[in-house]
Design a protein around this ligand. Structure first.
Ligand code: IMP
Ligand code: MG
Length: 206
C-alpha cells in the first residue's frame, strides 16, 4: 500500500471531464517529495493524455497538409508533450528547442529572457511553438513576439494545458489539449522545483 495512493472522485472542475475514482500506483517515489506525493492527485491518466494528443496531432496534420513545420519545443517542461505529439503527426518536422526564464520565483513576470536560442534560421518557415502550459501568458507572448521578429512564414502555438482563468496578457493559442482550472500541476514534464517531471501522468496538488 505504501506505493499506492487513493485517487478520490475528482472534485476539481467539471471541465476536466475525468473521474479517476480508482487506485493508481504511484510508480515514482520522488525523493524529497514525500509530503507532496501524499497531496498529489491524478488529473489526467496516461491514456487520457495520449488520446487527446492524438486528436490534436490530427488537427495539426490537417492544417499543415503538404508542408514541413519547424517545431520549437520549449525546454524543459514541453519535452514530454512534444515527443508524444510529433510521433503522432505525419507532417514532416524539423525539431528545434528554446529555453526561456522569468525571474520571479513561482510566478511568471513580464521579465523574460532567452536562455537557449534556436539553432537555425526560421525566416520564411512554418513554425509551431510547443509549450507545456499557458498560465499568465507572459512566456508565450514574449516568445511569439521574439519569433515573429525573425520573419517566419507562419507561427502557431500548441499547448498541453491552458489555465485560462489565470491569464494576465492576451495571447492567441491555436491548439489546446486541456483547459484546466487554477491548480498547480505536476508530472508529464511539469515540475515542482525541478522534481516530478517523469511522473507518467499529470497530477495536481490538492
Ligand atoms: P506563464 O508565463 O505564466 O504563462 O507561465 C508559463 C510557465 O509557467 C510554464 O512554462 C511552466 O513552466 C510554468 N507553470 C505554470 N503553471 C504551472 C504548473 O501548474 N505546474 C508547473 N509549471 C507551471
Ligand atoms: Mg515551462
Amino acid at each position: 500500500m505504501s506505493n499506492e495512493f487513493f485517487v478520490n472522485k475528482l472534485l476539481v472542475n467539471k471541465k476536466l471531464k475525468c473521474y479517476n475514482s480508482f487506485k493508481i500506483p504511484l510508480k515514482i517515489e520522488v525523493k524529497g517529495m514525500k509530503d507532496l506525493n501524499k497531496k498529489l492527485k491524478v488529473m489526467y491518466r496516461e491514456e487520457q493524455l495520449q488520446e487527446k494528443i492524438k486528436e490534436i496531432a490530427k488537427k495539426i496534420d490537417e492544417d499543415y497538409k503538404g508542408k514541413e513545420v519547424i517545431v520549437i519545443s520549449i525546454l524543459k517542461g514541453a519535452i514530454f508533450f512534444t515527443v508524444d505529439l510529433v510521433k503522432k503527426m505525419s507532417t514532416p518536422i524539423v525539431l528545434e528547442t528554446m529555453q526561456v526564464s522569468s525571474y520571479s520565483g513561482t510566478e511568471s513576470t513580464g521579465d523574460i529572457r532567452v536562455k537557449k536560442d534556436l539553432d537555425s534560421n526560421i525566416e520564411g518557415k512554418d513554425v509551431l511553438i510547443v509549450e507545456d502550459i499557458v498560465d499568465s501568458g507572459y512566456t508565450l507572448k514574449f516568445l511569439k513576439e521574439y519569433l515573429i521578429s525573425k520573419n517566419p512564414k507562419s507561427l502557431k502555438i500548441a499547448v498541453l494545458m491552458d489555465k485560462k482563468e489565470r491569464r494576465k496578457v492576451d495571447v492567441n493559442i491555436d491548439y489546446v489539449c486541456f483547459e484546466i482550472p487554477n491548480k498547480f500541476v505536476v508530472g508529464y514534464g511539469f515540475d515542482v522545483d525541478e522534481k516530478g517531471r517523469n511522473i507518467p501522468y499529470v497530477g495536481y496538488i490538492e
